[in-house]
Write a protein that binds this ligand. Sequence first.
Ligand SMILES: Nc1ncnc2c1ncn2[C@@H]1O[C@H](COP(=O)(O)OP(=O)(O)OP(=O)(O)O)[C@@H](O)[C@H]1O
Ligand SMILES: [Mg+2]
Length: 248
Amino acid sequence: MIKLSGVEKIFGDGENAVVALAPVDVEIEQGAFITIVGPSGCGKSTLLRLIAELDSVSGGTIELGTTNKKRPVGFVFQDAVLLPWKTVAENIRFPLDTSGVPRSISDPKVEILIDLISLNGFENALPKQLSGGMRQRAAIARALADDPPILLMDEPFSAVDLMTRETLNDELLKIWQQTGKTILLVTHSIEEAAYLGTRVMVMSARPGRLRKTFDVDIPMPRSEDTKRDQKYLDLVHELRTMMREQGH
Ligand SMILES: Nc1ncnc2c1ncn2[C@@H]1O[C@H](COP(=O)(O)OP(=O)(O)OP(=O)(O)O)[C@@H](O)[C@H]1O
Ligand SMILES: [Mg+2]
């Protein structure tokens, strides 16, 4: 369970202070798939970075549940940041290498991950030899490598074409169901938010705050049929209306 209590973020101080995040209170149950939408600059990336401890809070607390991991989160950025001189397998293995996991354990693990993200045959390819969608898959595998219970994804699919994106969405849902991770995914696509989420969080413009939360009562696994489901269509409509109201 992730629990945010009065989490605030202010950049700079005095006249230059920017309130990126007004106090946010939220509880996220283990195994949830949370999607986050909101206008540009409302603090979505900031929220993920705070949860990942890539940045520190200006107020409030973040609890990430009981875990013995030093950093219980995996992070997938908008642009897959793979090490260009390392192969796909080496990139995925990298977090395990840095934690000193021996090859006898990490190699089979990497093999399973390659399978999970369907990059078989590309183990020894360099990032530049991959398509954008393949790079993003490799980045997801790397984020999963040391088995963090929480996966944070900041607009992971915005740089890939629509067809690839839909494929990656379905693959991500499969991974989520197979691994039981708690996922927080930021997206600019309302359809993607409704399709993937068990809960959609809508944030409002500056100072960023949590405006509304929608529980998505659409069964898993989702499929093409979901996109014709009345509940899905109603949710997309409601989300779009809400985003329009705030001038998005
Ligand atoms: N390191 C920083 N220093 C100063 N201000 C920052 C910093 N990072 C973010 N901000 C400010 O905090 C606010 C929220 O930024 P953030 O990147 O979290 O927005 P976002 O919702 O992810 O936007 P987008 O949808 O465009 O990615 C913005 O006003 C931004 O200018
Ligand atoms: Mg952002």
